[in-house]
Design a protein. Structure first.
Length: 206
């Protein structure tokens, strides 16, 4: 039997979720909380297995509550259930220790499967959230410059021409041009000045 705690500041939402989960064999709604602080306190007191956590609540928000819960009760799995799926919401929740991230417009059977998966320690994400995280990974991978590309970019930032950069690195001018093309592609720019500016903005150059 999975013991579930519902944490949401809207009574109507809590009531609807309780009704849905109480009809599911294998899940027991152990309690409810109206904010993150209550959620942290009741999660331990009620010895729950999974916490269904909203993000934007009074007194203590969901991300802060997730982090606190991970510190005090690391065995409890937290499944975020919210209406927000922006990067500013998703990434902090995952980094704080959420096992999964679902949206409130998900079908009931999908939420039920998510709670079972979370209880088993399996990560679960709504499709739109999974897409956002994949986009973050792709952007990070695309922007990763090699050591040689960073050397070329640093020389360019210092004012070196292609010929001067090639001489300093003991490679051909053609290689410098190739490295620069790769740099432009990874940083999403079209010229040397924009590449240097973007590199400083991202902290790749100091």
């Amino acid at each position: 039997m999975i013991r579930l705690l519902i944490v949401d500041d809207h009574p109507i939402v809590r009531g609807g979720l309780r009704a849905a989960f109480e009809a599911e064999p294998g899940i027991e709604v152990a309690g409810e909380a109206s904010n993150g602080r209550e959620g942290v306190e009741r999660a331990g007191a009620l010895a729950v297995d999974v916490v269904l956590m909203d993000l934007r609540m009074p007194e203590m928000d969901g991300v802060t509550a997730i982090a606190a819960m991970r510190r005090s009760h690391p065995e409890i799995k937290v499944l975020v259930l919210t209406t927000f799926d922006s990067d500013a919401d998703v990434l902090p929740a995952i980094e704080a220790g959420a096992t999964g991230y679902m949206l409130k417009d998900a079908p009931t059977d999908e939420l039920l499967r998510a709670v079972h998966a979370a209880a088993a320690g399996e990560p679960v994400l709504s499709p739109s959230v999974a897409g956002r995280l994949m986009g973050q990974i792709r952007r990070h991978t695309k922007a990763a410059l090699t050591d040689r590309e960073l050397q070329v970019l640093q020389l360019v930032a210092d004012g070196a021409s292609n010929r001067q950069a090639a001489a300093k690195l003991f490679i051909s001018e053609a290689s410098i041009k190739t490295h620069l093309l790769h740099i432009y592609g990874k940083l999403g720019v079209r010229d040397r000045a924009a590449a240097v500016g973007e590199a400083y903005r991202r902290g790749l150059l100091t």
